[in-house]
Design a protein around this ligand. Sequence first.
Ligand code: C2E
Ligand code: CA
Ligand code: CA
Ligand code: CA
Length: 295
Amino acid sequence: DDIFRDADLAIQKAKSSTNHYYQVFDATIKNNTLEILELETDLRIALKNQEFHLNYQPIISFNTGTIVGFETLVRWNHPQKGFISPAKFIPVAEQTNLILSLGMWILQQACQQIRIWQDRLNRQYIDFTVSVNISGKQFEQEDFIEQLDQIIADTGINIKHLKLEITETLLMNNTEIADRIFKQLKARQIQLAIDDFGTGYSSLSYLDRFPVDTLKIDRSFVSRLDEENQASTIVRATLDLAHNLGFNVVAEGVENIRQIEQLKNWGCEFAQGYFYSKPLDRDSAWQFLQENLIN
Ligand code: C2E
Ligand code: CA
Ligand code: CA
Ligand code: CA
């Protein structure tokens, strides 16, 4: 408990002195009702016309330099407007509940891809994990687990290859629902990652209530390692805490050698970021996987 409290205090202190970093809102979207309406219409059409696809960003082990898996990231190529960032359309999809069908489609696609890679690697006993982002809205659905079970059964994946990413904020807001779903996920041995860790205002001590495997340190902390002592305080305290709870840690948004050296020294297990690879289409991802597996 002392460890938690100390880590908590260090983090809260660092946060309060750099508070402006934590109040980043997408005000432009929030205030622009017309744009939201237009995006909503476009999203409905996009779902019908299958304008989405998934990219896969490699996650690398600091120790071995080999790949341990991917995070799936949805991409939308609008026929007229071109590429639209998920940072822009996912919040609208959440506000309009379109995330429910889009999210299930994403999960389905990811599992189909797992099945394909799993079959190709069949005889090599390779452990790789494909992480899928799950929005809070999806998680709150009564039938979320039922639908997940259905997709797993339909695609025939080995459950050890699937990991779900949920944000810290979701845990804080819905502890009751979260508790129930966590139990069901645990019973199925489905792995869980806490995404964007450090961006919520949470106390860390609640984390030991959840059967989490992985903690993902938000990119904002990793990028500030270059300029700020406080970022390093937060990252090291988070690593200590995560390890004490038995979680492994992925550092997000790793872009340079300096960050890698620090994170590795502090015992961080995994890295994800442009230094290693941008998100890749499925063919490039398969190639990357073959070239960077443990031999
Ligand atoms: P996230 O879950 O935190 O995903 C990581 C984001 O960081 C991705 O942005 C990725 O491309 C970007 N990134 C990775 N490495 C680096 C780096 O080294 N430098 C920089 N500058 N960026 C890096 P992306 O793909 O634009 O996605 C943005 C957000 O949209 C995601 O943040 C996630 O919250 C949401 N999102 C994306 N795909 C999905 C999805 O399939 N489902 C849901 N529910 N949300 C998604
Ligand atoms: Ca994520
Ligand atoms: Ca993240
Ligand atoms: Ca993030």
